[in-house]
Design a protein around this ligand. Structure first.
Ligand code: NAD
Ligand code: DAU
Length: 352
């Protein structure tokens, strides 16, 4: 049985990836290591938590001693590393936490992998999940390719860029088998409602203001989260060691246009008069260092590994809105912080 460690599996993208792997590969043992920060929620995985090929372990990647012991005990064949502090606004108010988790945490995982794989790297893999934000900001034209130069602007993207450099350094210096992917903005179910789409859905439902940064002219390239998980699965199995793949949705939206589309879909769903939710839009002070435009060229991934996004954005957005509307309880527990009790009730008596 192949032992695969997913870090950050209780988060947004991690939970979709863990679900995919547990269901698709009964012959793999999937271990989910997560510190359960405010962004980690085990309820995201309640549908797979009793599967025989799934194990959850609570732990902090910043704790080098713990990570080393943990790797020695389980001797993983592969690591898919998603655990991170992921919200740009939080990185502006608390950069140190991002350095600790995203940089130091990644190096701890690299060191422990190197140590348990010291006899041979045969059939081993360290897969690092990263972001398009490492490339900085685009002007009106052009796309980020795998050869775009790194130019991060926020403490979050600087910490992710640094972690990417460390992963490449372990490939160049120690020959460690690594792969990196850099993805654009994800959307879908189970995303913590601090990010644009779930935050605005929640605010529209509750008739709260929609805080649009600056003039709302920034552009993001949105990808359905399950398409990202599928891309990670394909890249993980590609054996393209030392390679980088960009993952994106070919789906650029100006924030204000996306927000107006959300408002209009939600007016219909909530049986409001057309235009009512738009009245909640409130332009606020811009995010510091706000990148203007992200857009991904994912032609390498399409050409080499035949991956393409599966869902049209309008369909995906409507599905996402439907999910949040019919999972009001999830949203309420997450926004109230009650989800933290779930771990205690599920795991306090369970020996792992
Ligand atoms: P998220 O914030 O929803 O989840 C992060 C998870 O990591 C949480 O479960 C959290 O508890 C866990 N974690 C945080 N610190 C930890 C620590 N010290 N030890 C162990 N676990 C810890 O993030 P996400 O949006 O799912 O992003 C996952 C990864 O994908 C990140 O590396 C992020 O940089 C990258 N990414 C995200 C997007 C996006 O649009 N969300 C796009 C591209 C890349
Ligand atoms: O591009 C990939 C990145 O996408 C990931 O690496 C990050 O982890 C993820 O958080 C996301 O970063 P963004 O900063 O692009 O996502 P966010 O949802 O925070 O913001 C999307 C856009 O919406 C951005 O231009 C800022 C704007 N915004 C966001 C919030 C939360 C607002 O106008 N108002 C808001 O309240």
């Amino acid at each position: 049985m192949k032992k695969i460690l997913v870090t950050g599996g209780a988060g947004f993208i991690g939970s979709h990836l863990v679900r995919l792997l547990v269901n698709k590969y009964p012959n793999y043992s999937i271990f989910n290591l997560d510190k359960l920060t405010y962004a980690g929620n085990l309820e995201n995985l309640s549908d797979v938590e009793n599967q025989p090929n799934y194990t959850f372990i609570k732990g902090d990647i910043v704790n080098a001693e713990f990570i080393d012991q943990f790797f020695k005990e389980y001797k993983f064949d592969a690591v898919i590393h998603l655990a991170a502090e992921s919200h740009v606004d939080r990185s502006i108010s608390n950069p140190i936490e991002f350095v600790q988790t995203n940089v130091l945490g990644t190096v701890n995982l690299l060191n422990s992998s190197k140590s348990i794989w010291s006899e041979s790297y045969q059939d081993k893999l360290f897969y690092h999940v990263s972001t398009d934000e490492v490339y900085g900001s685009l002007g009106e034209d052009g796309l980020f390719t795998e050869d775009s130069k790194y130019d991060p602007h926020s403490p979050y993207s600087a910490s992710k860029a640094s972690s990417d450099h460390f992963v490449r350094a372990y490939y160049d210096t120690y020959g460690m088998p690594v792969i990196i992917s850099n993805c654009s903005n994800n959307y879908g179910s189970f995303q913590f409602p601090e990010k644009l789409i779930p935050l605005f859905i929640n605010n529209i439902v509750n008739n709260k203001p929609l805080p649009v940064y600056g003039k709302g002219e920034n552009i993001r390239d949105w990808l359905w989260v399950e398409d990202h998980a599928r891309a990670i699965d394909v890249i993980f199995h590609s054996n393209k060691l030392g390679e980088t793949y960009n993952i994106g949705g070919h789906n650029e939206w100006k924030n204000i246009d996306l927000i107006k589309l959300m408002c209009s879909i939600m007016d219909k769903k909530l049986m409001r008069d057309e235009g009512e939710s738009q009245k909640l839009i409130s332009f606020v002070k811009d995010r510091a260092g706000h990148d203007m435009r992200y857009a991904i060229d994912s032609s390498k991934l399409k050409k080499e590994l035949e991956w393409e996004p599966s869902l049209q954005f309008e369909e995906g957005l409507e599905k996402t809105i439907d999910w949040y509307l019919s999972n009001e309880k999830w949203l309420k527990t997450v926004t109230s912080g009650d989800y933290r009790n779930y771990y205690e009730s599920q795991y306090s008596n369970r020996q792992i």
